[in-house]
Design a protein around this ligand. Structure first.
Ligand code: GDP
Length: 428
């Protein structure tokens, strides 16, 4: 059975924790999009980890972790991440890398950095991991596929020269940087070939076989619905699809094999980077929620920069779940809200004298003001509670209210960052 674990919001919903937990009963875990630009924080028996490129299933002996063709593959980063795990006592994970994955090159990072600097105050808030330049090149058909490293060297060199010709026009004239040297780019590719060789695999054939054998397969998404380039808050989005549907493409499996779409929803809102954020909090309220959020504050796992925080946004989350095709929801970081007397939920967007309950396009979104419904807080720590019935009444009301608003069943409630801090729930 194939199950996707994806985010309904702006990312950082806690997908890593849910994937790590569900991986216990899975055989294969696949990253199908994105790259090393977003981090999944995982706290388990081995310690605390921020994974960027590896799937969150790497902590078990029995799992195979796969980098799918849809991923922006930073090869030295992958090797370093594997070495870091092993150095912290995690058994060497079984990793496969799709022969159709494309390679994130050092010049992608350079272009990302130069462009963010050029945009200055109007930048996208990129993590400068090279993701946008990488996907631009992929679709412009000037990217390097892993398989090409193992093909004809002369053909590869011809392609390298062509890429350098194109890149150097912008590097020299727009960004005033030294040009790329084809021989150096070629040498980098040869180094990458050595590094990636042990992991290369025809992943779609491997998965075809695994599906036939009835293996349990997880697709792990990065970021969330609202960062999807088509359905998110364009242009303040990421450069690859964050939706479960893309899991089929980015892993190389039939779409109808994805039987379960577990969407991770955060009990309040957080976002990194620029873009409209209707239920955003500011001032002291924001500082308090940020410092109490997640497992030690809402600060980016990749960059360490403070995340923007806000009240739970039912309009955005309902849309985020719909666009994912959610079959069930894991509601996370609920324990963080235990300090509040009163908790607001954004149930509508006011714009031009009307109240919207459907998530609008970006140009409208930017003018929206939140309409809040207030609920009483539960004023206690719910960490350690294992049964849904044992949660305080006001906490259960908050969960039921969210479920009613988003219209999809909440089957799991996460009340702490650790692997087993999870409460199973029967949808009501
Ligand atoms: P991801 O990118 O969706 O995997 O999410 P991140 O790892 O970026 O952010 C989620 C943060 O919340 C991490 O620091 C997690 O350790 C933490 N976290 C996940 N679930 C819970 C929870 O239920 N309670 C608390 N307090 N923290 C959680």
């Amino acid at each position: 059975m194939v199950r996707a674990i994806v985010g309904a919001n702006w990312g950082d919903e806690g997908k890593g924790k849910i994937t790590d937990m569900l991986a216990e009963k899975s055989d294969i875990i696949i990253r199908f999009q994105g790259g090393s630009n977003a981090g999944h924080t995982i706290i388990n028996d081995y310690g605390k980890f921020a994974l960027h490129l590896l799937p969150s299933g790497v902590f078990y002996d029995h799992t195979t972790s796969i980098i799918g063709n849809g991923v922006a593959l930073n090869i030295p980063y992958l090797v370093k991440e594997i070495q870091d795990l092993v150095s912290k006592g995690v058994p060497e994970p079984k990793i496969l890398v799709s022969d159709r994955a494309q390679i994130l090159m050092p010049y992608h990072i350079l272009f990302d950095t130069c462009e963010e600097a050029r945009l200055a105050g109007k930048s996208f808030g990129s993590t400068k991991s090279g993701i946008a330049p990488f996907y631009s090149d992929k679709y412009a058909k000037i990217g390097f596929q892993v398989s090409e490293l193992f093909g004809d060297a002369d053909e590869l060199m011809d392609k390298v020269k062509n890429v350098c010709t194109l890149k150097n026009v912008m590097l020299e004239n727009l960004y005033h940087q030294p040009p790329l040297v084809p021989e150096e780019v070629f040498a980098t590719l040869q180094e990458y070939k050595e590094m990636v060789a042990p992991y290369v695999c025809d992943v779609s054939a491997y998965l075809h076989q695994a599906i036939q054998e009835g293996k349990n397969i997880l697709l792990e998404g990065q970021l969330g619905s609202l960062k999807d380039p088509d359905h998110g808050i364009y242009p303040m989005v990421t450069s690859s699809s964050t939706l479960a549907a893309y899991g089929a493409i980015g892993a190389g499996i039939p779409p109808y094999e994805i039987k379960n779409i577990t969407t991770v929803v955060k009990a309040y809102s957080s976002a990194v980077g620029a873009g409209a954020f209707v239920s955003e909090l500011f001032g002291d309220e924001a500082v308090e929620l940020r410092n109490r959020g997640g497992d030690g504050g809402e600060y980016g796992a990749t960059t360490g920069r403070p995340r923007r925080v806000g009240w739970f946004d039912a309009v955005a989350t309902r849309y985020g779940c719909r666009i994912q095709g959610t079959t069930e929801v894991a509601l996370t970081v609920l324990d963080v809200l235990g300090y509040l007397d009163e908790i607001s939920i954004c149930v509508g967007y006011e714009v031009d004298g009307k109240v919207l309950t459907d998530f609008p396009v970006t140009s409208v979104l930017e003018r929206c003001k939140p309409v809040y419904k207030k609920l009483p807080g539960w004023k206690c720590d719910i960490r350690g509670i294992q049964k849904y019935e044992d949660l305080p009444e006001n906490c259960k009301n908050y969960i039921c209210e969210i479920e009613k608003e988003i219209g999809v069943p909440i089957t799991m409630v996460s009340n702490g960052p650790k692997r087993h801090e999870i409460i199973e729930r029967k949808p009501q």
